[in-house]
Design a protein around this ligand. Structure first.
Ligand code: NI
Length: 220
């Protein structure tokens, strides 16, 4: 399941984050790529200590995003990485490492949060392989794509302007994507029914099923 999440960050916070990134120090992105991805990774990234409060702010905004919480069921979140693509930069086809950091975080889901306005740069589309083909994403600033980290994906070359993104990975309480989707659908249906008709026996039974499926499947 792949989802686009709107308004993870409010416009005024986005402006402040972009201003801080414009002053931050970036290094070659290759430094953190595995041997195979290093051959196709041509971007810059920063985990400049000065950006730590902004990274923490984004992590908090994500954790508070209702759709993110239901779709990802996060157990752990990788610290935010800020990436920059200037003209000529791209990230060729690759799959993200399955395990990152220490203790290792299993990357079940990846998230790209777009920080630059789409009209401010040319190219720089996040393109994700699906069984049926490829799908490209270039969302408005403040919106993000949450997608299975199991997919091959790439970022098309930026030819003009600057593409700033924040990326992170999620280890989910629910490892299996099919199970995560069942929980997402059931929870969404339960909340919709409750919002429409209030508390009912049906809502209670759906809540019971949801809780019992979590007991069966969650890896806390
Ligand atoms: Ni990637």
């Amino acid at each position: 399941m792949l989802l686009c999440l709107g308004e993870i960050l409010r416009p005024e916070r986005l402006t402040a984050i972009v201003a801080a990134l414009n002053k931050a120090r970036f290094i070659e992105g290759k430094a953190t790529a595995g041997w195979l991805a290093a051959g196709v990774k041509n971007n810059q990234q920063s985990r400049d200590g000065g950006l730590a409060p902004l990274a923490a702010e984004i992590e908090a905004a994500l954790s508070a995003h209702p759709v993110f919480a239901l779709a990802a069921r996060p157990r752990r979140l990788h610290p935010i990485v800020f990436a920059r693509y200037t003209p000529g930069m791209a990230y060729g086809p690759h799959v993200d490492d399955a395990l990152m950091g220490e203790p290792p975080l299993r990357t079940d889901l990846a998230l790209t949060l777009f920080l630059s306005a789409p009209e401010s740069y040319t190219g720089g589309e996040l393109t994700i392989d699906h069984p049926g083909g490829e799908q490209s994403y270039k969302l408005s600033a403040g919106a993000g794509v949450l997608y299975p980290a199991t997919s091959l994906h790439h970022v098309t070359p930026v030819t003009e302007g600057v593409r700033l993104v924040a990326v992170t990975w999620v280890q989910s309480l629910i490892r299996d994507p099919g199970r995560r989707e069942i929980l997402f659908d059931l929870d969404t249906a339960r909340r919709t029914l409750f919002a429409r008709d209030g508390k009912s026996r049906e809502v209670d039974l759906m809540s019971k099923s949801l809780a019992n499926l979590l007991r069966l499947w969650a890896e806390p």
